[in-house]
Design a protein around this ligand. Structure first.
Ligand SMILES: Cc1cc2nc3c(=O)[nH]c(=O)nc-3n(C[C@H](O)[C@H](O)[C@H](O)COP(=O)(O)OP(=O)(O)OC[C@H]3O[C@@H](n4cnc5c(N)ncnc54)[C@H](O)[C@@H]3O)c2cc1C
Length: 352
């Protein structure tokens, strides 16, 4: 059987590994032993039982895949090397290392982190959230939903929250947060580095006192491990992996790049990463049986929708031609954050 190595066990990589596990010898290299449903993290921080549902060992949904829980550090034309000294040869390679982040290796350690974070949030009187994008807004929503007595402050450098939705929807999100007594400071930034006494200075000279703080701004692309490898010339602006219409890495016929790491011009979302994975799976299935390249599928951008939860019952949603807020987006997303759906897609029960 031909060998497929997938690097990155997030949204995109896990789908490819699962879909090809009976068509090839598949190896999944991930820096951790589990898949984590990223869009459930803010709820998991205030509800440890939710964390149990979003942190899923790769071995629970991959029946016929060799799982290597180590960081990939190098790639040549024929193999990938890992930090723990393994060399994994491939016929086809899929790079899906998303954004740079640090996670503990085991599910138990990760659940322990969520439990500890929950205790810290519970015991804090005041909380600072830096960043008013979807992650910051959703985290604030979760905290005020479960802990309405806490003083929550959000600092956002932009002129309005959720700048990718239209201004009416971003105003709705702002109004909702204010109605829950969140103090929102727009057009300001705050540097949290080196602050140990809980007093944070904003760029406009305001002082915010906070027992806990969370930085919810963007993370760099997870491609730094590629900069000295055979793929270095395929890294474009901001370290994004340049791919062609079939999602193959430019200049490399047997290497695919999918998910957040790619340079496809579109917002980076879970369902887009899923779509990339589906296209790569189709194309790999063609190549694995010696099919013609002309049979390969092309990836097409599609109209995007974005939903941001506001607590557990409300939300804002930006669809291609309309923006809505309130309990309809709340019903679609906020109640379960698509966690049951994602678990079912992996072949698992909605609950643990
Ligand atoms: C907090 C948060 C909330 C989000 N909320 C939403 C939302 O509500 N809706 C939505 O549509 N999208 C949301 N997203 C975005 C969505 O999660 C991403 O678009 C999606 O996860 C991208 O999938 P990916 O497979 O490209 O990367 P990821 O899912 O990030 O997976 C990357 C994987 O690569 C691994 N990895 C990285 N480097 C290495 C290495 N060198 N060696 C081995 N393994 C490596 C990581 O461990 C990780 O498992 C959210 C993201 C975050 C972080």
């Amino acid at each position: 059987m031909r060998r497929v190595v997938v690097v990155g066990g997030g949204v995109a990589g896990s789908i490819v590994a699962q879909s090809l596990q009976f068509c090839a010898d598949v190896v999944l290299i991930d820096q951790k032993e589990y898949f984590e449903i990223a869009w459930g993290t803010s709820r998991a921080m205030v509800m440890p039982s939710f964390a149990e549902r979003i942190v899923i060992n790769h071995s629970d949904y991959l029946r016929n895949v060799k799982i290597v829980a180590s960081t990939a550090v190098d790639v040549t034309d024929t193999q990938v090397s890992t930090a723990d000294g393994q060399s994994l040869p491939y016929d086809y390679l899929v790079i899906a290392t998303g954004h740079k982040d640090f996670f503990p290796k085991t599910r138990e350690e990760r659940l322990g982190q969520y439990e500890a974070e929950y205790e810290k949030i519970k015991s804090a009187n005041s909380i600072l959230i830096v960043g008013g994008g979807p992650t910051g807004v959703e985290l604030a929503g979760e905290i005020v939903y479960d802990f309405p007595e806490k003083k929550v402050t959000m600092v956002h450098s932009g002129a309005r929250l959720l700048e990718f939705v239209d201004s009416k929807a971003s105003q709705k999100a702002l109004d909702w947060l204010i109605s829950k007594n969140v103090e929102v400071l727009l057009g300001q930034s705050v540097n949290v580095d080196g602050v140990s006494d809980g007093h944070f200075q904003t760029s406009k000279g305001e002082t915010i006192k906070a027992d806990r703080h969370y930085v919810c701004t963007g993370k760099p692309v997870g491609s730094s491990w590629l900069t000295e490898t055979v793929l270095k010339d395929s890294l474009g602006i901001h370290g994004r992996l340049m791919v062609d219409e079939h999602l193959r890495v430019r200049g490399h016929k047997n290497v695919f790049g999918i998910g957040d790491i790619t340079d496809v011009k579109e917002r980076k979302h879970r369902y887009i990463a899923q779509k990339h994975a589906q296209v790569a799976v189709k194309n790999l299935k063609v190549l694995l049986v010696g099919g013609k390249e002309s049979k390969m599928a092309k990836y097409k951008n599609f109209l995007e929708a974005t939903l941001v939860s506001l607590g557990r019952k409300e939300g804002v949603a930006q669809f291609p031609f309309v923006t809505i807020s309130g309990c309809i987006p709340g019903k679609i997303k906020s109640e379960d954050l698509f966690v049951s759906k994602t678990r079912k897609q992996l072949g698992l029960k909605p609950d643990c």
